[in-house]
Design a protein. Structure first.
Length: 101
């Protein structure tokens, strides 16, 4: 029973902060500069969270493959603008580079 209460409390803690702005600000006009700023958040988060892991995930002998994946991610981010394609492409780049190198 305690575990169910814990899960429900965690669900409320994560759901309410996400739902509150949508509910209370649905009729608020967002300035274009703020909208443009929000469009870059996925790429900034991707870079800040993923890039350190790219360089350290395989150890010292996998750095060339990690760099290939990084280059693939940058190229895809600049050309497609699709975050899921960037992630998938960088994973494929690392995989192919590990096979070839």
């Amino acid at each position: 029973m305690d575990m169910i209460l814990l899960v429900l409390a965690m669900a409320a803690v994560t759901y309410l902060p996400r739902m509150a702005p949508i509910t209370f600000m649905q009729h608020t006009a967002i300035p274009p500069a703020v909208r443009r700023f929000f469009r870059f958040i996925p790429y900034a988060a991707l870079g800040a969270l993923i890039f350190p892991g790219i360089l350290t995930s395989g150890g010292a002998d996998h750095i060339p493959a990690a760099l290939v994946g990084s280059v693939a991610a940058v190229v895809l981010a600049l050309t497609t603008g699709n975050v899921m394609l960037v992630v998938a492409g960088s994973i494929c780049g690392v995989f192919v580079a590990n096979l070839l190198l």
